[in-house]
Every structure is written in structure tokens, then in C-alpha cells.
Design a protein around this ligand. Structure first.
Ligand SMILES: *Cc1c(COP(=O)(O)O)cnc(C)c1O
Length: 346
């Protein structure tokens, strides 16, 4: 890609830093399916510790961690409750139906966030006709909610309603790191309301590959079996786990910088007539906006031609995501690129 191009499509486009590559090169490795990769073991332990859980298991993707969690918590024919635009439902290729044979019952949310009332409204009484409801999933930060952060009181309220009904709780915390940095609520404080927690190392933290699923020892033991069944048993995975471990230790606090950059980009957009911010100022590293006269696909192509890459969120809205490889100078330049394409449109 041209060095001048500013890539705000996703926080997954980062390249490993030199220090991260060094850590990867120096990683001690073994066969992880035999449980013999010391770097994977170290990453799993450290992740579990940060999340305040007994254990964690390393997997190639966040999709796999979520889908394995759903599989462990359910049996075919069960029902899971999740917000209508949750990643697990929206972006995981129908995984709950294909891999676990479960039904998704969708709850209404505001920027992806719902409350105890929505859970209670979806509860079923016992009836021979009904599927069994097993699980409530929460996504924090919420991707299609524009990187929105769950207030921890909301999580507590949903967890209480779920527990009272005998339901389990899963957290899709692909961007839990961002939620913690933005809210000041430590990861383990969020995590304590959940039976299982997924986290990604390959989003804001900037590692090349990897996610983890945490929970009790017993949960993780079952998750390991499904990871293998789903084809996610890796061998000398320490090479990539070392990048993830490096990212975990060195790139969490700096997410604050991405949040400042997203806010700065949004503030810049707010000064451009013809551009509308959707959902207000960003809470974390995502900015959702609309170039009013243009369909998202067209706006995206014009921006790309001018050197700014973003993704369409819907037919008329775009998403820009700040990350490790975005500088303050690029953010300023990105605003000017949007200003320019809006001006030429008139
Ligand atoms: C990216 C993401 C995932 C998992 O993505 P992979 O690309 O499979 O690693 C899960 N949940 C959310 C909210 C995400 O943004």
C-alpha cells in the first residue's frame, strides 16, 4: 500500500512493531496441542490473570472464541439472547446455527447496549413447545454500536436478571481493552459478571494473530475440546502467542491515544458542512459518520481515491477506526481529505 494512504478501515490492519517481531523471533515454542508450548501457556495464564478467571485458551480468531463459547454453553435446539447487531449474530457467518444448532433471539439495544428489562421480556416460562434459553451475550465495546462502552452497572443489572433466570453470561470482549481504558473499569471488574470472556489481541492491541477465551478450569477444558473439533488446535503457536503477549503487556494503556485520535477526527468532521456524525462523539476508537449527499459506497471510493480508507457501515454510513499505526498528523490529514471530497461534490 502507498505509504501516504491513511488506513482507517479497521484496527486489524496494524503491522507488528519491531519489538513485537523480536519477541516473536525469540519465542520458545513446543506443540501446543500437547500442551507443550511454553509461550502459549504463558499467554493463557497472563490473560486469565488480567481477566480474573481460572484459565484461558488461545485461539486463532475472535470468531472462534465466541463460537466455541456458544457451543460449550448450549445444546442443539437451545436459544441464546443477544443484541440485534451483536458481532456473534451479525458477522460470524451464521456460526450459532451452523456450529451449535442454536437459535438467536435478538434483543433491542441502543448503540448495542440493553438492560435487565430486555432480558426479562425475552424470558420464557416452562412449556413443552419452547426452546430452552441458555445464554445471554454482551459485546463490549460494541462494534456496530460505534465502539460504545457498557457502563459496568448495566452489565451488573443484566447479569442479575440472567442469573435469576438460570442463564449463563458470555462477554464478547474483542475490544474489552478499549472499554477498560475508556471507562477506567478494569477488565477483571467487567469480567466477573461473566461465565466466559472472549478477548482479541489482533485488534487494538496490534498483534498479528490471536484471541483467547477465559472462564473456569472446567469451562476451558471443554472449550479446548471444541477448539480442536472446530480445527483450531495449533502446533508451535508460541510464535504468534509471543506477539500477543507482547501486545498485552505493552499496548493496552496506549489505546487512550487511539481514543484521543478518534475524538479529534470526529471533532474535525463536525466542522464540515455536509458531514454528519452518527451516535455523537466517539467513546473509544471508532467514528461513524455520513457524507450526506453520497451513498456510503460512493463516498468510500472517493475517499480512497483521495488517500483515505474507511469502510461502509450501512448503505449511507461509514466507519473510521483509529489504531496503533495511525499518527496525529494522519488524523488531521484525514479530516482535510473528507473536507475536500465534500467540497468537490457541491
Ligand atoms: C472482530 C470482532 C470479533 C472477532 O473477529 P475475528 O476477526 O474473528 O478475530 C468478535 N467480536 C467483535 C465485537 C469484533 O469486533
Amino acid at each position: 500500500m502507498h505509504a501516504d494512504v491513511i488506513d482507517l478501515r479497521s484496527d486489524t490492519v496494524t503491522r507488528p512493531t519491531a519489538a513485537m517481531r523480536e519477541a516473536m523471533m525469540a519465542a520458545e515454542v513446543g506443540d501446543d496441542v500437547f500442551g507443550e508450548d511454553p509461550t502459549v501457556v504463558a499467554l493463557e495464564r497472563r490473560t486469565a490473570e488480567i481477566l480474573g478467571k481460572e484459565a484461558a485458551v488461545f485461539m486463532p480468531s475472535g470468531t472462534m472464541t465466541n463460537q466455541v463459547a456458544v457451543r460449550v454453553h448450549t445444546e442443539p435446539g437451545d436459544e441464546i439472547l443477544l443484541e440485534a447487531e451483536a458481532h456473534i449474530y451479525y458477522y460470524e457467518v451464521g456460526g450459532p446455527a451452523a456450529l451449535s444448532g442454536v437459535m438467536c433471539r435478538l434483543l433491542p439495544g441502543v448503540r448495542g447496549i440493553f438492560g435487565a428489562a430486555e432480558v426479562k421480556a425475552a424470558l420464557r416460562t416452562w412449556n413443552v413447545h419452547y426452546p430452552k434459553t441458555k445464554l445471554v451475550c454482551i459485546e463490549n465495546t460494541h462494534n456496530r454500536g460505534g465502539g460504545s462502552v457498557w457502563p459496568v452497572e448495566r452489565v451488573a443489572e443484566v447479569a442479575e436478571a440472567a442469573r435469576a433466570a438460570g442463564l449463563r453470561m458470555h462477554l464478547d470482549g474483542a475490544r474489552l481493552w478499549n472499554a477498560s481504558v475508556a471507562s477506567g473499569v478494569p477488565e477483571r471488574e467487567y469480567a466477573r459478571y461473566f461465565d466466559s470472556v472472549s478477548v482479541c489481541f489482533s485488534k487494538g492491541l496490534g498483534a498479528p494473530v490471536g484471541s483467547a477465551l477465559a472462564g473456569t478450569e472446567e469451562f476451558v477444558e471443554r472449550a479446548r475440546r471444541f477448539r480442536k473439533q472446530f480445527g483450531g488446535g495449533m502446533r508451535q503457536a508460541g510464535i504468534i502467542a509471543a506477539g500477543a503477549l507482547y501486545a498485552l503487556e505493552h499496548h493496552r494503556a496506549r489505546l487512550a491515544e487511539d481514543h484521543v485520535h478518534a475524538r479529534r477526527f470526529a471533532e474535525g468532521l463536525a466542522t464540515i458542512p455536509g458531514v454528519e456524525l452518527i451516535g455523537g462523539m466517539p467513546e473509544t476508537n471508532m467514528v461513524v459518520f455520513r457524507v450526506k449527499l453520497l451513498p456510503a459506497e460512493v463516498a468510500m471510493q472517493r475517499l480512497a481515491a483521495a488517500g483515505l480508507l474507511v469502510l461502509p457501515m450501512d448503505t449511507d454510513s461509514l466507519r473510521a477506526v483509529t489504531h496503533l499505526d495511525v499518527t496525529a498528523e494522519q488524523v488531521e490529514r484525514a479530516v482535510e481529505i473528507v473536507r475536500k471530497i465534500v467540497r468537490t461534490e457541491k
